[in-house]
Design a binder for this molecule. Sequence first.
Ligand SMILES: NC(=O)c1ccc[n+]([C@@H]2O[C@H](COP(=O)([O-])OP(=O)(O)OC[C@H]3O[C@@H](n4cnc5c(N)ncnc54)[C@H](O)[C@@H]3O)[C@@H](O)[C@H]2O)c1
Length: 350
Amino acid sequence: MTKKKIYKAAIAGFGIVGKRRYECIQANKNVEVIGVCDKKFKKEFMRKNNLNYYKNYKKMFENENIDLVIICMTNDIAPEVTIQALRNNLHVFCEKPPGRNLKDIELVIREEKKYPNLKLMYGFNHRYHESVQSALKIIKSKRLGKIINMRGVYGKSKLITFNQPTWRTKRKIAGGGVLLDQGIHMLDLMRYFGGEFIEVKSFISNSHWGFDVEDNAYAIMKTKDNKFAMINSSATQWRHLFNLDINLSKGSIILSGILSSSKSYGSEKLTLIEANPRKDNTTPKEKVFRYNEDKSWDKELQSFVNSIKYNKIIQNGSSYDALQSMRLVYKVYWDDKIWRKKFKIKSPGN
Ligand SMILES: NC(=O)c1ccc[n+]([C@@H]2O[C@H](COP(=O)([O-])OP(=O)(O)OC[C@H]3O[C@@H](n4cnc5c(N)ncnc54)[C@H](O)[C@@H]3O)[C@@H](O)[C@H]2O)c1
């Protein structure tokens, strides 16, 4: 006899990621999806293969007896649906970014505070990649000393890749371009490894694709304790690239490639380099670790479920993480005076 799953879930937004999350939940032993909603559905309601399909998310929240919702919608609507879900007494897992701007996540957090028994987690799934987890372990062990600087490139060849819908090119829906959509993962990892960045210098550009969102962001950032980080988030990276160099006082960690459904960022690798101060470091001691399976989505989901099951605080992807990563995105936008003026970007504060 198969064991009954303990949590009933719904998925709000059944596009590319919504379907991926659905598959991921199928493999989870604690959660069962009983409803999905998407405005693209033709009928207001339909039941098929033991699943209830709704066009309107509010109807789904009203009619379904669920414990949690996974929100995989466009950035314009995700904060509103998160707030409605909390008001319906649901635990919420929402995709990154948490909205189009800082105000969006601030409003969500204000609402979240009214429901201390509910869990709210954001989908910064890169934190759950094996190479990232291993890097964090090495950094925390202090065997390579302290972080001096980080250099990260995360780039794809267009704003819309792999037959994705076009909303990512529209400021009104997306709120921003490649930095908000993809670069936010790299910024989040830099925060994860290095802490909060208080000073930012940047240039933002949309000159290649010409949409009203950025196709490149370049930034140099500094933490309070003088760790430096550079990022290029790009939608003109013709060969897709994920690369993060972390240089510490006694060595380096290089993360290159990241496993994804498209496989276009290459296989995932961690290179561990140990400095030898007595030699010119042309041939430092190196070890390469390769990871061949992307378990990040499953691990992330299980971590959300565990936080509900055992009433634990959200470890990775809390609303605070979402706020701070969003704030960093907006610090990068804001420092470019031309960009700031053109799109009336408000000061993100510290
Ligand atoms: N964690 C990751 O690595 C990762 C990867 C890709 C995308 N994402 C995030 O996932 C989210 C969804 O991205 P996607 O690629 O699946 O986009 P998508 O366009 O394929 O899916 C979004 C869906 O939301 C639906 N929707 C929009 N407004 C709605 C409303 N008012 N009511 C009901 N349905 C509505 C759309 O019809 C669409 O089907 C985005 O926030 C994106 O940033 C995260």
